[in-house]
Design a protein around this ligand. Structure first.
Ligand SMILES: [Zn+2]
Length: 362
């Protein structure tokens, strides 16, 4: 460690403090439960025995509140802003770019934990199911807050979860689509005319599930793709078009490569809605898949459904390729996205215990 080097204490942010009469370095350090040396490192030009009234000190301020406070209309830019805040306060959150969207937005993976057990959660494969992104982001925030304040979540001590697992999270698989739903045609860049044509000239994109090319990313995977394509539109659409071939879209490819590079022992893809969990594919799911969804059901109340007449999804392909538990989790009640934001808290609370924490402790 060298003088002037920034030290990062997880869960703290630097804050300016002005010296008052009778302040001592020792008493300030004690009030923050920090060693004097740590304060001296933050204030390399200050002499501890010569504090002056009116002099400014840099103090680490402990973060005890959520950084993420605005989950409504959760665009790509809101997410990246929150990620920058989170990684600044919590340097143990790892961030990496796993690919680019059609419109060159970063596909961001966050990782939390130092354990050998690698697990994965993703959201917003489908554009108008964007509420799944702030659900994941809130969880990252709550997990980090609990770790740095030494508090539990639902009675669970979080440190062992952090030590045993490395949790991979891709909160927004389809950023171009999410921004199209939330910001309208201006979000389509040089594809404005194209998406307007696909959307029958309407600037209401609330029914849009696809990526910006009009390909449904959750119909893009080589797991009975031909069977799925027979039942689906044959040209680009706001939803359901599986592409002219499997894995033509950069977002779908990046997610496939991620799963090929990392030995995820479980994958949960968050969608809306219906409060159900699809967990099988052609009998290729391992026996432990059932144990896991039964625990998810017990805690969240979400109903497990083993098989459904739908193929070529990320979950289908994940089970087929790796014979590991893969789940499509449909958050929230009802059938038609977007979910109203006033359901956010309820959805988050169901998901927190029943899916997020269960994924970590199982
Ligand atoms: Zn969906």
């Amino acid at each position: 460690m060298t003088i002037g080097q920034e030290i990062q204490i997880p869960g703290y942010l630097p804050q300016t403090y002005t010296i008052k009469a009778n302040d001592t370095f020792w008493q300030i350090a004690q009030s923050l439960s920090l060693p004097v040396d740590a304060l001296l490192l933050l204030n390399p030009t200050v002499t501890a025995t010569q504090l002056q009234i009116g002099q400014n000190l840099i103090l680490p301020q402990k973060i005890t509140n959520f950084v993420i406070s605005d989950e409504n209309n959760y665009t790509f830019e809101k997410m990246t802003g929150d990620i920058q805040h989170l990684v600044t306060i919590y340097p143990f959150i790892q961030q990496q770019v796993i690919g680019k969207s059609v419109l060159d937005k970063d596909l961001i993976e966050l990782q939390m934990g130092v354990g050998n057990r690698q697990k994965h959660i993703n959201g917003s494969f489908h554009a108008n199911e964007w509420i799944t992104t702030p659900v994941i982001m809130r969880f990252i925030n709550e997990y980090a807050l609990a770790l740095t304040n030494n508090t539990s979540i639902r009675g669970l001590n979080t440190l062992p979860l952090f030590e045993n697992n490395t949790l991979s999270l891709v909160p927004m698989v389809n950023p171009d689509g999410v921004n199209l739903v939330l910001n309208g045609v201006n979000a389509a860049g040089n594809l404005e005319d194209y998406v307007l044509t696909l959307n029958n000239g309407s600037n209401d994109f609330s029914g849009w599930k696809a990526n910006i090319n009009g390909v449904d990313l959750n119909n893009q995977y080589p797991a009975l793709w031909e069977e799925e394509a027979k039942k689906k539109p044959t040209t680009p659409q706001p939803r359901d078009f599986p592409g002219y071939q499997p894995l033509t879209e950069p977002e779908a490819i990046a997610m496939a490569e991620l799963a090929q590079q990392k030995p995820f022992e479980i994958m949960n893809a968050f969608h809306t809605q219906g409060e159900v969990i699809y967990w099988g594919f052609q009998g290729l799911e391992p026996p432990v898949s059932q144990t896991i969804v039964e625990e998810f059901e017990r805690v969240s109340g979400y109903q497990p459904i083993q098989y459904v007449d739908s193929f070529a999804g990320y979950k289908d392909w994940f089970i087929q390729e790796f014979q590991k538990p893969g789940n499509t989790v449909e958050l929230g009640l009802g059938t038609n996205p977007p979910l109203p934001i006033n359901q956010f808290e309820e959805i988050y609370q169901e998901t927190l215990g029943g899916i997020m924490l269960a994924t970590l402790y199982l």
